[in-house]
Design a protein around this ligand. Structure first.
Ligand code: SAM
Ligand code: SF4
Length: 502
């Protein structure tokens, strides 16, 4: 008998069956082989154990010149154990970050819109076999309510919108979600607030689907490989699921580039396999994208596995990454791929974030909630069983911005780059030669002014004013030709005009 459930099931089955397009994998292989060669990575790690000072210092000079390191150089840094050299590496990582991104930190919030998922990743609270997870997919009104809180009460301008993989959250739903978010505009104390950049973290897609996302105007397209070690990948992602296909995921960014989404975010989930292997593989991924498309990853993420509700896999991890190793892996990623953005998330607790951020991170989230509908308290969204994992830092954006300012960082709410066509290859070249920094410095001042006037607490305003004054003085001295225009935009912003940028 044909029932509604049967029909839905069959539709979902057809959707799953047609998702992976083998020809959109094989076309990128080199003589039938993928760009991750585990044997080569292991050999590089084994044969670069002589990390003497002269060699390490030479490698650090290369990072400072904003050149991508080779696998051998990266392996050499990963194998450094000498405390003095490690300190040198950390100082250089901080310098590299400053050279490319100055003292700016970009903030964003995650927006989880659905936890429906056909996959069964052993480590994730959303996996389909987790029967205690309460399932929810937000409708477009609910998405707008969530966005209203994010833009109207907190003041975010940039989101990472996160999806499970399911026929009910297919590419059309994702595109409509991005559209719904962009339509929300909230009046603020002195002007108005709106999300200006929606990055997307979702399952790998076909070139045709990615073209739809490009059309709707997403920011960065983010897919983490989770682990680049194929055997481990196949163990933690059951082979009868979509996500079980290692190569479909590995080439997600190749398809994105081909579809025109040239801001791509890669990452590994640390704790699944040996962290040194994963760093080497992330470097290989960056090098492969540079070689094939002339553009490396816009961002690299390095989440550590966190405990998740009813998810025993996350306990007693064989490859759990301790804090000391975490520090080192962040430092080496910064040095190995010097131009890339690096995202530190609220998975880490406040203390760890204070320690890791200065090693070269460029973006961080705040006021984060990862339950479905949590920002606007939709239904019983605060319950743990609608969360993917448990967050380590739930401090408000105001607190995080204030702490950053106290440490000399300016929070940038700038989203101008991709709206002015400064993406992909263009932004890579600007980043490498330090020019993108000039636009960003100016836009950071203007967007920080907006946010201070609309959302900051009196304590944050007090410290924020000092940072702004210092930035303006630097611009006056270093870029006298644009200074008058900056002050013109600045005064307009003070008067309540919004979204002015260079
Ligand atoms: N469903 C899509 C996918 O798997 O690519 C995207 C969304 S998934 C919700 C986003 C990311 O969360 C995953 O790529 C994974 O790296 C991370 N994640 C999953 N479980 C986690 C856990 N227990 N702790 C920390 N991060 C986790
Ligand atoms: Fe689904 Fe993504 Fe969670 Fe895997 S990590 S179960 S694909 S939401």
């Amino acid at each position: 008998m044909k029932t509604v459930e049967n029909t839905e099931f069959n539709n979902a089955e057809t959707w799953i069956r047609d998702r992976i397009k083998p020809e959109q994998i094989t076309k990128y292989l080199n003589n039938g082989k993928c760009f991750i060669d585990s044997e080569k990575i292991e050999v590089a790690l084994r044969s670069n154990t002589n990390s003497d000072k002269t060699r390490v210092m030479e490698i650090l000079q290369k990072s400072l010149a904003i050149e991508t390191l080779t696998p051998d150089e990266t392996a050499c840094l990963l194998n450094v154990e000498d405390a003095e050299l490690l300190a040198q590496m950390e100082q250089t990582a901080a310098k590299v970050k400053r050279k490319v991104y100055d003292n700016r930190i970009v903030t964003f919030a995650p927006l989880y819109v659905s936890n429906l998922c056909v996959n069964d990743c052993l480590y994730c609270g959303f996996r389909k076999s987790n029967k205690t997870a309460k399932r929810k997919r937000l409708n477009f009104d609910e998405i707008k309510r969530e966005t209203e809180v994010l833009v109207g009460q907190i003041g975010h301008k940039r989101l990472i919108v996160v999806f499970g993989e399911d026929s009910q959250t297919d590419v059309d739903y994702i595109a409509e979600t991005i559209q719904a978010i962009s339509e929300v505009k909230v009046k603020t104390k002195k002007g108005f607030s709106q999300i200006r950049r929606s990055n997307v973290n979702a399952a790998p897609m076909s070139i045709e689907e990615l073209k739809i996302l490009h059309e709707v105007g997403i920011g960065t397209f983010q897919v983490f490989q989770e682990t680049y070690h194929r055997k481990t990948y196949e163990k933690v992602h059951p082979q009868n699921t979509l996500k079980g296909d290692y190569l479909w995921r590995l080439y997600a960014m190749h398809r994105a580039m081909e579809a025109g989404c040239d801001d791509v975010g890669i990452g590994a989930l640390f704790g699944l396999y040996d962290w040194k292997f994963e760093v080497m593989a992330l470097l290989n991924h960056a090098v492969e994208l540079e070689a094939k498309f002339g553009i490396g990853p816009h961002t690299i993420s390095f989440p550590r596995l966190e405990p998740a509700d009813n998810t025993p896999f996350t306990q007693n991890l064989k490859y759990a990454v301790g804090d000391r190793d975490f520090r080192k892996l962040v430092t080496v990623i910064r040095l190995a791929v010097p131009y890339t953005g690096m995202i530190l998330t609220a998975r880490e607790n406040a203390e760890m974030r204070r320690e890791i951020l200065p090693l070269g991170c460029t973006q961080t989230d705040a006021s984060s909630k990862i339950g479905i509908g949590s920002y606007a308290n939709i239904a019983d969204s605060q319950q743990g069983n609608k969360q993917q994992f448990i967050l380590g830092d739930i401090r408000s954006l105001d607190t995080v911005v204030r702490e950053l300012a106290q440490s000399g960082y300016i929070t940038s709410f700038c989203t101008a780059g991709y709206r002015c066509g400064r993406t992909g290859e263009k932004i890579m070249n600007l980043l490498r030669c330090g020019k993108e920094g000039q636009f960003c410095k100016l836009n950071a001042v203007i967007t920080f002014r907006e946010w201070l006037d609309d959302f900051a607490s009196p304590e944050t305003i007090a410290i924020g004013e000092k940072i702004i004054a210092k930035e303006i003085q630097e611009i006056k001295e270093r870029m006298p030709s644009v200074y008058p225009q900056l002050m013109n935009f600045y005064e307009q912003t003070r008067a309540g005009q919004r979204d002015i940028f260079f």
